[in-house]
Design a protein around this ligand. Structure first.
Ligand code: NAP
Length: 298
C-alpha cells in the first residue's frame, strides 16, 4: 500500500486557524502579538522567506515590524537594532533571518536577542532549557516535524528514529526533542562522517532527512513500513518550470513512497509547518509576557 502523505500545508492551515482565534481573543485585552523580522542583504531565498513570515503575521492579525538592512550593515548597527527591539513592549518576538553576511558573527547576534523574545528558539538559553526539558521556545522546523508526527499518530515511544543531519537548527534539536518526554524515541543522528549511512537508515521506524542534497535517501535504504520525513529543500535546475528550477527534498520520493507508511512531500510537507510554528511561538511569547494562559503545548 502506498504511503499516507503527511500534508504539512493542511496541518499548517489548521494550526493557523486556531492561532487566529487566539489572536482575536487577545485583542480585547489590549494584546496584539508582534514579530520583528530583520533581513540583512538581498539574498532572494531569504527575502522570500521573510515575505512569507510577514504575510503570515498579517493573515493572523498580528503585527509585523520589518527591518530590511543593506548587505554592508555593520555588526554594531545590527546589535543596536536588536537592543532597541529587546526594549519595545509591542515586540514579542525577534527573528534575524539567516544566513547573515560573512562579516557578521551570527552567534553573537543571536545571543543578543532577549531570550524571552527568541521565537526562533536559537538562543543558547532556549536550547539549554530544551535540553533540560524545561518549557521554552522550540526551534520552528523541528517543532513542525514533531507536530506532523503527532497529527498522524505515528508511534514514537521506543521507536527507532534515524535523523540524517546534525545542524543546530534541525538535526540536533530534533534529536533532543524526540528522545525526551513525552516522545521517548530511541534516536540515532547521522552525518557526513557516519560509517555506512544505509545500515543505520535501514533500521529506522522513522527516518528524518535534513541534509540538503537531493536523492540522499534512496528506496533501498528504507525499511518497508517506515515513516519518512523529508526536511531538505534544494533548488534543482528544471527548464520546464517558469522560474527555471524546482524544489527537491533529500528523499527519492517516487521510489520511497510505495514502500513507506507515511511520507512528507517537498514542497508541501515540513516547509509550511516552519512558519506556522514561528507564529505559534510568537503568540506563545505574547501570552507569556502578559501572563495569559496559553493552550498546552505538544
Ligand atoms: P546544514 O546546516 O547544511 O546541515 C546538513 C547536515 O547534513 C550536516 O549535519 C551534514 O553533516 C549532513 N550531511 C550532508 N551530507 C550528508 C550525507 N551525504 N550523509 C549524511 N549526512 C550528510 O543544513 P540544515 O540547515 O540543517 O538544512 C538541511 C536541509 O533542510 C536543507 O535542505 C535546508 O534547506 C532544509 N531546511 C528546511 C527547512 C524547512 O522549513 N523546510 C528549514 C530548515 C532547513 P556534517 O555535520 O558532517 O557536515
Amino acid at each position: 500500500m502506498p504511503a499516507v502523505v503527511l500534508n504539512g500545508k493542511e496541518l499548517a492551515e489548521e494550526l493557523r486557524h486556531d492561532l487566529s482565534v487566539l489572536v482575536k481573543d487577545l485583542k480585547p485585552r489590549g494584546v496584539v502579538p508582534g514579530l520583528a523580522v530583520i533581513l540583512v542583504g538581498e539574498d532572494p531565498a531569504s527575502a522570500s522567506y521573510v515575505l512569507g513570515k510577514e504575510k503570515a503575521c498579517k493573515e493572523l492579525g498580528m503585527n509585523s515590524f520589518d527591518h530590511r538592512l543593506p548587505a554592508d550593515t555593520t555588526e554594531d548597527d545590527l546589535l543596536r537594532l536588536i537592543a532597541s527591539l529587546n526594549q519595545r513592549s509591542d515586540v514579542d518576538g525577534i527573528l534575524v533571518q539567516l544566513p547573515l553576511p560573512a562579516a557578521i558573527d551570527a552567534q553573537r547576534v543571536l545571543r543578543t536577542i532577549d531570550a524571552d523574545k527568541d521565537v526562533d528558539g536559537f538562543h543558547p538559553v532556549s536550547l539549554g532549557k530544551m535540553l533540560l526539558g524545561e518549557p521554552t521556545f522550540l526551534p520552528c522546523t523541528p517543532y513542525g516535524v514533531v507536530k506532523l508526527l503527532e497529527k498522524a499518530h505515528v508511534p514514537l515511544k521506543g521507536a527507532e528514529v534515524v535523523i540524517v543531519g546534525r545542524s543546530n537548527i534541525v538535526g540536533k534539536p530534533l534529536a533532543v526533542m524526540l528522545m525526551q518526554a513525552p516522545y521517548h524515541a530511541t534516536v540515532t543522528v547521522c552525518h557526513t562522517k557516519t560509517k555506512d549511512l544505509a545500515s543505520h537508515v535501514r533500521r529506522a521506524d522513522i527516518v528524518i532527512a535534513a541534509v540538503g542534497h537531493p536523492g540522499t535517501i534512496t528506496a533501498d535504504m528504507v525499511k518497508p513500513g517506515a515513516c519518512v520525513i523529508d526536511v531538505g529543500v534544494s533548488r534543482v535546475d528544471d527548464a520546464t518550470k517558469v522560474k527555471g528550477f524546482r524544489l527537491a527534498g533529500d528523499v527519492d520520493y517516487d521510489a520511497v513512497a510505495p514502500l513507506a507508511s507515511y511520507i512528507t512531500p517537498v514542497p508541501g510537507g515540513v516547509g509550511p509547518m516552519t512558519i506556522t510554528m514561528l507564529m505559534y511561538n510568537t503568540v506563545y511569547s505574547a501570552c507569556r509576557r502578559h501572563s495569559i494562559p496559553f493552550p498546552p503545548r505538544g
